[in-house]
Write a protein that binds this ligand. Sequence first.
Ligand SMILES: NC(=O)c1ccc[n+]([C@@H]2O[C@H](COP(=O)([O-])OP(=O)(O)OC[C@H]3O[C@@H](n4cnc5c(N)ncnc54)[C@H](O)[C@@H]3O)[C@@H](O)[C@H]2O)c1
Length: 448
Amino acid sequence: MKIAMVGAGYVGLVTGVCLADFGHDVTCIDNDPRKIEALREGIVPIYEPGLSELVKANVEGGRLAFSSDLKSVVKDADVVFIAVGTPSRRGDGHADLTYVHAVAREIAAAVDGFTVVVTKSTVPVGTGDEVAHIIATTNPNADVAVVSNPEFLREGAAIDDFKRPDRIVVGIEDERARAVMTEVYRPLYLNQAPLQFTGRRTAELIKYAANAFLALKITFINEVADLCESAGADVQQVARGIGLDNRIGSKFLNAGPGYGGSCFPKDTLALMKIGQDFGSPMRLVETTVAINDQRKRAMSRKVITACGGDVRGKKIGVLGLTFKPNTDDMREAPSIDIIRGLQDRGAIISAYDPKGMDAAREMIDKVDYAANAYDVAQDADALVLITEWNEFRSLDLERLKGLMKSPVLVDLRNVYRHDEVTRHGFAYSSVGRPDHATYRDGMTETAE
Ligand SMILES: NC(=O)c1ccc[n+]([C@@H]2O[C@H](COP(=O)([O-])OP(=O)(O)OC[C@H]3O[C@@H](n4cnc5c(N)ncnc54)[C@H](O)[C@@H]3O)[C@@H](O)[C@H]2O)c1
């Protein structure tokens, strides 16, 4: 099939290259000429494990190309995906559909013959109707079926998620689209990935409901972590104890500094607004958003407490900036709020992240960027582990202590064990775990 992918960001590029890898003939289009130029030169502008290699293989195989010329690519396409951004609209938190609508108009003017137009961007309920309306009014002769096909991939594991999805959701209103979409996803379907056909509005809502539920789960365990701290219980064991119940499940039960990233914050906010618009408020989601907002800032207070209540003039070293490991994405990363909270109280920040420092430089001012974790620790009054990159999981604690002005470690991802860190003379605090306990095999608790 000839596929046009409009938007060559995290989702568009991964989807485009994976569909090419299935054997389709894919052209990724972007209106950022630098992005297209770089891709044509073999440079992948984002970090996603395995992506560069897959792009290279499919370009060489003649199945993947890049273009800035939407018109000529869409004209020949059987299927056109819309994978442009839908950020929070400034001021009110609704999903900003400017880019989606603009692309719909461009597609309308370019289509030739029956074409399936697929919205892959995360969009509010009713956007498919609006896209169909825009296309019909811009070009009354256009013969299109507008489909909703939300994306569930996770950054950092995006290729694997695309190739081994839990499900593929396809919302259609025109039966002609069913066969086309089945053909697009045939290799996955043959691999037994469930292909769920629904109405278009239902598919649009599935995406928001899924993300909001996951955000709610994270926020729940974060609140349990706070209770554990007050009550002298251990959140990791609580999470294991509840997660082994199949009705609950063990994923997304890691207590931490609050959710961030390019999806959960904007999608929870958008679902809140959708609920209000339909007169059906999503009160659990509203509360989740409020708790999570406060939590990021609360994490800087945790660091200040670990530093004896005052960080003015102190050097705080930050390990990890991206919203999670294995990505360079800094959008809505908790590190931004935590660092600003510390800077507001007079702290001097040095930081290191394996992939996120270029993006971080554009978002956070007055940070000294270091070459590695040990460089961050040099003369630091405290270290804060914010993102659990693998390279922070087995740091040489003795060496770190030797470099630091005072050995204080605040572990916001519960990577280390209390006994292990304190044995090296550190003052250690983590999230939702009592300071007086030691842990063996992550399971057995014994009083010190
Ligand atoms: N990033 C994720 O993990 C993820 C996962 C699932 C769903 N989504 C959703 O997918 C959508 C895209 O997200 P993303 O992270 O890939 O965004 P992104 O910002 O990385 O990419 C969007 C791309 O679209 C391009 N673009 C904008 N307007 C255009 C136009 N008129 N013509 C051509 N290109 C245009 C931009 O230049 C950019 O390269 C969003 O709706 C997001 O919510 C994202």
